[in-house]
Design a protein around this ligand. Sequence first.
Ligand code: FCB
Length: 487
Amino acid sequence: MTTTDPTTAAHAAAATAGAPGVVFPPGFAWGAATAAYQIEGAAAEDGRTPSIWDTFSHTPGKVANGDTGDIAVDHYHRFREDVRLMADLGLTSYRFSLSWPRIQPTGRGPAVERGLDFYRALVDTLLEHGISPVATLYHWDLPQDLEDAGGWPIRETAHRFAEYAALAARALGDRVPLWSTLNEPWCSAFLGYGSGVHAPGRTDPADALKAAHHLNLGHGLAVGTLRELLPASAQIAVSHNLHLVRPLTDSAEDREAARRIDAVGNRIWTGPLFGGGYPADLLADTAAIVDWDELIRPGDLAEIGRPIDLLGLNYYTPTIVSAPRKDAETPDPAHNGGHGESAHSPWPGAEDVVFHLANEDVTAMGWPIDATGLSESLIGMHRDFGLPLMVTENGAAYEDVVGPDGGIDDPERIRYLHLHLAAVADAIAAGADVRGYYLWSLLDNFEWAYGYSKRFGIVHVDYGTQRRTPKSSARWYAEVIRRGGLG
Ligand code: FCB
């Protein structure tokens, strides 16, 4: 994806957002998304061993309020109830992630059948309810043993990942039609090993870049394995949080800042993924940090560039950047990928770039609401990559209040979702082949470094009792699905 400026045709198309009667194509997947560590709990059950997130969340000071995913929303024991909730909403698809340490505890050796049984039962229950499962192999929970051996900065981890992919594919390949390798590897590499606000909490820019290459390689190796083991009808995807980068002004300096962030935020993934290799400007920007010639081995780029069937976009807010300025605003929360603050930059080679808020209309995460960024992203991805797309995450945290009658009225979340679904419709109307929308998230859950303090669910969870209560946004989304679009 290239950077865009607000005067593009895409922006003009987005201006129709909110038009009444917007209908989505037949077969459009109406989904919701979750991730294993954020919902499952049962952290030490049935052979599961710690992941980097267990270690990180149990380290004092790393997660708000000392929260951990030990219990989370107990989905491991309550998945049947949760699937019934999905069916009541009318979801046609559900995106979840497999916990690597539940399936292959040390990241080596055979699979644990009890771990796989959980996912077999989950998938079978989804299928019984007519909900199509989408399995993500990696949503950030590396087995701690693999981190102890070096983590994503070492090459071996990519090979471990492909072996784990094989275990998952053999067990679930007959019943999961759509697979995604990685979720937001930008966060794994640059928040995990750069700014350190995510597990494993390391802060070395060279390690962050090495992690990025090995995540790319792990993706490619896993695609090869999945193609070998899955039925020919299975589809393979990857989900990226491609940053919709806009320069603050049209000055050469601000456009240069945007170029740098686009390089290390986006093209570091899409370059090799789509056969173009790592972009020359990225290699130049980061040449003093890492030795790319040593890092990239012969054959790596061919592995990473294996064809995929779908590209997933996770979108929450645009990324507005400038060159250093005297009147620099308070750092945009998006500076750290929106997931916490750190003295260490998650942007190797672009450390001095300044981040700005797109506007003052923010969610409880402090993330500005600008749905034009979603349509612009989808149209740009369609233009640049030409393959089918999915919005694999989009949603908003708000400070929900339980009313006296026990209900949760969340009109702000409905507004956010409405604007963004309209933006998806705009992208489709402009020609982008968007096959589905996965709302983040089905349930309130463990929001990484923010613990349970941020609620993204359309279903409220009382963390004391684990009681689930659909919010008004859940009823609104059910109605959108029933109508096949925005009314
Ligand atoms: C994304 C993550 C997801 C959730 C949302 C709010 O970056 O993939 O797990 O934390 O942000």
